[in-house]
Write a protein that binds this ligand. Structure first.
Ligand code: TYM
Length: 338
């Protein structure tokens, strides 16, 4: 059976980008055909300036949204990263395999560190080492596939490199994973700035559709999306990025191919209207189910408790094997002390 691992970071409210780029595939495909784990990766939320109460709140919300989107704990394992020590345990070993040059080449690090410096803030060391922790998330479970949006592909590539290097140096220990990207909407762009990714960690913006936005808010955001000058509706990511983004969102929500859908429209207004309605319809059941889950926090807690128990049992043997392989002594059994 294919082992799948993926995660979402509670640094902000989840967006349409998270849903179309990742969660939708987890629900529709990955949880059914695989031995799959989906994780709220809360340790990753500490890599930038954070408010502890907000991280707790967003972690609970992210877990509820994963379930509301349709992850079924009967089919897959849903859990919170910090509930399973194996992630941090393995991360240190992988830091001893990765190089600082490799870390500094990561696009997200360069972008986020530059932003942080512009704000006059300091850059946490964990922002630099974050991709190693992400590699540990993946390798601890022996994941074959990592379904992510396009922005995470470089990090999964690093996880591959670290797995191969570790195996070559210390003997075969890790499965070498690969990223799987959705066919359409692998990079949903900000509706107001089609050159930037729709990112949840960004400040609230009219260009970001949040999964819990009210239908009228979604409509307003889509109707006000920046499009490009020109009249014809054509699909061209380079020349007409705003339009291409809408066509991809429509294709992802309502089916079809962006280039073909373009032929169905002779005005931007009509395209926006249909896109807005398609997004509202995709998000409707998710919002309703989320409301039900909020009324039953005990259920979500139970899912996370059981998820952590299962995840721990899956990760432990691989992480223990890595400790042995790299040269650390096995813990001395108590009886042997006497
Ligand atoms: P995160 O929390 O930023 O995003 C979660 C998932 O959503 C995808 N995504 C997008 N896809 C398309 N368009 C967008 N605008 C968009 N925004 C986000 C992301 O690609 C991702 O798949 N580092 C990861 C979390 C992580 C992880 C892992 C993922 C930590 N450990 C191990 C997989 C395996 C992150 O920050 O995702």
């Amino acid at each position: 059976m294919t082992r799948v691992f993926s995660g979402v970071k509670p640094t902000g409210h989840l967006t349409l980008g998270n849903y179309l780029g990742a969660m939708r595939q987890w629900v529709a495909v990955d949880q059914h055909r695989s031995d799959a784990l989906f994780c709220v990766v809360d340790l990753h939320a500490l890599t930038v300036d954070h408010d502890p109460a907000r991280v707790r709140r967003l972690s609970r919300q992210a877990a509820s949204l994963l379930l509301a989107a349709g992850l079924d704990p009967g089919l897959c394992t849903v859990f919170v990263q910090s509930h399973v020590d194996e992630h941090a345990r393995l991360s240190y070993l992988l830091e001893c395999v990765a190089t600082d040059g490799e870390m500094r080449r990561m696009i997200q690090y360069k972008e986020k560190a530059a932003r942080e410096r512009v704000r006059g803030g300091s850059v946490r060391l964990s922002l630099l080492t974050y991709p190693v922790l992400m590699a540990a998330d993946i390798l601890a479970y022996g994941a074959d596939e990592v379904p992510v949006g396009d922005d995470q592909a470089q990090h999964v590539e690093l996880a591959r490199d670290l797995a191969v290097r570790f195996n070559q140096r210390y003997g075969h220990t890790f499965v070498v994973p690969r990223a799987t990207l959705p066919g359409v909407a692998a990079r949903v762009m900000n509706l107001q700035e089609p050159a930037s990714k729709m990112g949840k960690s960004d400040d609230v913006g009219p260009g970001i559709v949040y999964l819990l936005d009210e239908p009228d808010v979604v409509r307003k955001k889509v109707m006000r999306a920046v499009t490009d000058s020109g009249r014809e509706v054509v699909y061209d990511r380079e020349a007409r990025p705003g339009l291409a983004n809408l066509l991809e969102i429509l294709a992802a929500c309502a089916g079809g191919e962006p280039a073909e859908l373009a032929g169905d429209y002779d005005s931007y207004g009509a395209l926006k209207k249909d896109t807005a309605e398609a997004v509202v319809e995709v998000l409707r059941p998710l919002r309703e189910r989320h409301k039900e889950l909020c009324a039953d926090p005990g259920y979500v807690e139970g899912v996370l408790r059981e998820g952590a128990r299962k995840a721990r049992a899956m990760a432990r043997p691989t992480v223990d094997a890595a400790y042995r392989a790299i040269g650390l002594l096995p813990p001395v059994a108590e009886t042997a002390d006497r």
